[in-house]
Write a protein that binds this ligand. Structure first.
Ligand SMILES: Nc1ncnc2c1ncn2[C@@H]1O[C@H](COP(=O)(O)OP(=O)(O)OP(=O)(O)O)[C@@H](O)[C@H]1O
Ligand code: SF4
Ligand SMILES: [Mg+2]
Length: 363
């Protein structure tokens, strides 16, 4: 097993090995209609105590990738290749029993819709306590006490009473808090939060994000936050991975990607965020067209049918040749998958003046 990056990798440089190193991950689903190529050649790192934001439209492979890290494709017909190295162990090499011991304890996940992720017939407290007992040889009474402590920590009022409620008796925000309690009860090194706030109103969303940040500091967990929302990424993430059609298309430090994006798809995501810069003159421009089918993805750059900048690339490269993930114009830390030769200048001259005129004037 090796944690060495392939030549197209996009690792964030550190002196020590990252907590999670995903290398050239591929997840394909054979179906009656053909092979769904959900994730292709995905490489990224998550450092201890840091947050990686994974962003992309629906169907870009965000959840399939995180389910691979959790070992949740085991026992299905998914074809998985590459490496998922967590704390020095390639999770794709270990047995189902070894994975079961790690799931919840070393890596855990909170889902977009806690109502469907929680069992309706058991109390919230029972489910949190059982998640604890899977990894700790303690009585039900002690596990319930631990569940009450965690409910209290995530801000559930009267936790000693609410521990006995069923999921449907909680509000959406409380259910998400309870899911976070369940995700953190075993103090995992890595927490994956898959769209944890999408179903919640804006105020509750902000509270949940604050809570996640507080708990991350307290538990020193690494976090992967999956979202459609670049505003969430801007607030939470140290690094950002932008996915399109099952591939990384831009990757690097959050501040760098948000201020100097070099891939037109990222420009499209930024253009469709209402208040990222707080600039009221900025225009909201949805990305034209729809995400592609992963059964028959477009040739060359998968974004080419929707890309307004493809004519700036000489020849027919965008349609015929898959761009490699290579360092951007501002250094190794920032990688992008695009044939455009002078992306930084195009962004400053053509994109920024439209989406954030004030920022463009400052340049
Ligand atoms: N078990 C499966 N069999 C076949 N195709 C699948 C399976 N699971 C996921 N897919 C496909 O893989 C692709 C990626 O799905 P994924 O759930 O990772 O998207 P996502 O980026 O999380 O989207 P969303 O933002 O809507 O949650 C989709 O085209 C989806 O239909
Ligand atoms: S490679 Fe071509 S089509 Fe793809 S994002 Fe870059 S310019 Fe657009
Ligand atoms: Mg998803």
């Amino acid at each position: 097993m090796s944690t060495t990056s392939p030549s197209t990798s996009a690792t964030t440089a550190t002196s020590s090995a990252p907590l999670l190193a995903v290398r050239d991950l591929q997840v394909h689903f054979p179906t009656q209609d053909g092979v769904v190529k959900a994730v292709n050649g995905l490489t990224f790192d998550v450092e201890r105590g840091k947050t990686l934001g994974i962003v992309g439209e629906s169907g870009s492979g965000k959840s399939v990738s995180s389910m691979a890290i959790m070992g949740l494709h085991r026992g299905t017909n998914a074809k998985i290749e590459g490496e998922i190295v967590l704390d020095g162990v390639n999770l794709l090499d270990i047995s189902a029993e070894e994975m079961r011991k790690k799931r919840g304890r070393e890596v855990s996940m909170i889902f977009q819709d806690p109502l469907s992720a929680m069992h309706p017939y058991y109390t919230v407290g029972n489910q949190i306590a059982e998640a604890y007992r899977v990894h700790h040889d303690v009585s039900r009474k002690i596990a319930k006490q631990r569940a009450i402590e965690m409910l209290d920590r995530v801000g559930i009022p009267n936790p000693d009473k609410r521990v006995n409620d069923y999921p449907h008796q909680y509000s959406g925000g409380m259910r998400q808090r309870a899911m976070i309690a369940m995700g953190l009860i075993n103090d995992p090194n890595l927490l994956i939060a898959d769209e944890p706030t999408t179903a919640l109103d804006v105020t509750v969303q902000a509270q949940i994000l604050d809570l996640l940040q507080d708990l991350q500091r307290e538990f020193n967990s690494a976090v992967i936050i999956i979202t459609h929302d670049l505003g969430v990424v801007a607030e939470m993430a140290d690094d950002v991975l932008v996915m399109y059609a099952g591939r990384a298309v831009e990757y690097g430090p959050c501040k760098e990607i948000l201020t100097h994006p070099e891939m037109p798809y990222t420009w499209g995501l930024l253009s469709s965020v209402p208040d990222l810069t707080g600039d009221t003159d900025a225009r909201l421009i949805p990305i034209p067209g729809n995400p592609p089918s992963l059964l028959n993805p477009p040739s060359g750059c998968a974004f080419h049918p929707r890309c307004p900048h493809r004519d700036k690339v000489p020849g027919d490269l965008c349609r015929t040749q898959l761009p490699m993930l290579v360092p951007g114009q501002r250094g190794e830390m920032h990688t992008k998958r695009c044939h455009l030769p002078n992306a930084d200048a195009i962004y400053a001259a053509e994109v920024l003046p439209v989406i954030a005129p004030d920022l463009a004037e400052e340049l």
